[in-house]
Design a protein around this ligand. Structure first.
Ligand code: NAD
Length: 461
């Protein structure tokens, strides 16, 4: 018996699950609809919180958080019935007459730990999957995005079944205590270092988990690329949320013949999107906190700045910055940048670019700008990553029908759409036999005729 003195809501959630409330399709639908209602009715409040935490524009908040989540909810509602259907399988002759199926069963009480960069989406997207699969859930938003965390803790319970879904605000120490509790599944988004801690804590209770981690996502621009389109798409993907996106292009590998053209086109795109002084643009977000501003500013030391390079700690501002002539051994290439600094590295042969990618840890995504089929195949075959997007960036993660997640250092497990439903449920195999007939053949003593019959029935001759 566990005693939840620290987190009394856990006993309540467990009781709800045991009563079977969350297994009902009607409950799942009602909660998903209520979650959409929260996103619709509280859109302005949510946008205000995201603005305070990260100075996201309301357009960006809609695009990457509220609007995006609503699309996922509608997708789940549309497909839920099909996802929940038992998967009937045929029964071999020897076991007939019988019916066999695998069912998708909810785990029970799941824990969702979100990161600060998409503080709403990273908590609620897994919640959609958890609800669709029939679980109770505890959400632990990131304390580094305090306005969004507080909004989730205070407003979300007004919409959802609080006997089944709970939001716990917690910093590092309290999160560690929370992880000492037994959960039936843990879904973690954040850095690799903390992911390891979460995995250790999960091991204590043999709790299955998903780790959605980060990494350095490379973007290759090969010699045949359409530079104008590539530049616009790269700049958009890099500066969304001021580069604080797990899927942002971390660095560019460009064919040496196109370097100058690409850098000029990216500068042009930055000016077009954010004006001459991006600090004045209402569309350009801020860095989450002073610590990260300092970390990013330090990365500029000794690098050749093609544009940007301005840091204003008081305003948590780092200008969109392109760095040219970057060496693969630069400190910029050591860990995930997670900010608006874009190193550009040149290569003469594609193999050199692939070698740089493969020297590093496995990224969440690889990007390629090239319309050459052979080049596309070569990048697909010779790199490893959670996703690959050709001639664009980020969008492969926006399709609800495509599973999303990492591999190697970028994590494991998949979600979005059906993949999320499957992550939050397990396959329970059910065989249903009839009482009659009950032939003697399976029982000892095994006379020769029985063995012969059994061999024939099982197809083994
Ligand atoms: P963070 O600091 O917000 O930490 C993530 C969560 O872990 C928070 O809720 C935090 O409270 C909790 N936490 C911190 N220390 C803990 C501990 N010792 N025990 C238990 N919980 C603890 O976010 P972060 O780690 O700075 O996130 C940034 C990283 O996340 C980047 O590497 C980024 O690429 C990655 N990320 C990945 C995805 C993805 O979908 N794969 C999405 C967003 C971010």
């Amino acid at each position: 018996m566990q005693h939840h003195q620290l987190f009394p809501e856990l006993s309540r959630l467990r009781a709800t699950f045991q009563q079977g409330v969350t297994r009902e399709a009607a409950w799942r639908r009602a909660q998903l609809q209520a979650l959409e209602m929260f996103l619709v009715e509280r859109e302005v409040q949510i946008a205000a919180a995201l603005h305070q935490d990260l100075r996201k524009s309301s357009a960006e908040s809609f695009l990457t958080e509220t609007g995006y989540l609503r699309g996922e909810i509608r997708f789940a509602l549309k497909h839920l019935k099909r996802w929940m259907k038992p998967h009937r399988v045929s029964v071999p002759l020897i076991y007939r007459p019988a019916k066999a199926a695998s069912l998708r069963e909810p785990y029970g009480v799941v824990l969702i730990i979100g990161a600060w960069n998409y503080p709403l989406q990273l908590c609620l997207e897994p919640l959609i999957s958890a609800i669709a699969a029939g679980n109770c859930a505890v959400i632990k938003p990131s304390e580094y995005a305090p306005y969004t965390a507080s909004l989730l803790a205070h407003e979300l319970p007004r919409y959802l079944d609080t006997n089944a879904i709970s939001v716990i605000e917690a910093g590092v120490e309290e999160s560690k205590k929370l992880l000492q509790e037994r959960f039936d599944y843990i879904f973690y988004t954040g850095s690799e270092a903390v992911g390891r801690e979460v995995m250790l804590a999960a091991a204590r209770h043999v709790t299955p988990l998903t780790l959605e981690l980060g990494g350095k996502c490379p973007c290759i621009v090969d010699d045949d690329a359409d530079i104008t389109v590539a530049a616009r798409r790269i700049v958009w993907a890099k500066l969304l949320n001021a580069g604080q996106t797990c899927l942002a292009p971390d660095y560019i590998l460009v064919h040496e013949s196109r370097e100058t053209e690409l850098i000029n086109a990216m500068q042009h795109a930055i000016r077009n999107f954010y004006g001459d002084n991006p600090q004045q643009s209402p569309d350009y977000p801020r860095i989450i906190n002073a610590h990260h501003v300092e970390r990013l500013a330090a990365l500029l030391n000794g690098e050749l700045i093609a544009c940007g390079g301005v840091a204003d700690a008081a305003d948590r501002y780092i200008a969109p910055t392109i760095l040219r002539g970057v060496s693969p051994d630069s400190p910029l290439m050591e860990s995930e940048i997670f900010g608006p600094l874009l190193p550009v590295i040149t290569y003469a042969k594609l193999a050199e670019a692939l070698a740089i990618i493969n020297k590093g840890k496995t990224p969440l995504a690889v990007y390629l700008f090239s319309s050459n089929r052979a080049v596309q195949q070569m990048v697909l075959r010779n790199t490893r990553s959670g996703g690959l997007c050709i001639n664009d960036l980020l969008l492969h993660a926006a399709l609800p029908a495509l599973p999303f997640g990492g591999v190697g250092a970028s994590g494991f497990g998949r979600y979005h759409g059906r993949a999320g439903f499957e992550t939050f449920s397990f396959q329970r195999s059910v065989l249903h036999r009839h009482i009659f007939p009950d032939p003697d053949v399976r029982y000892p003593p095994y006379h020769r005729w029985k063995v012969r019959l059994l061999r024939w029935l099982s197809g083994g001759g």
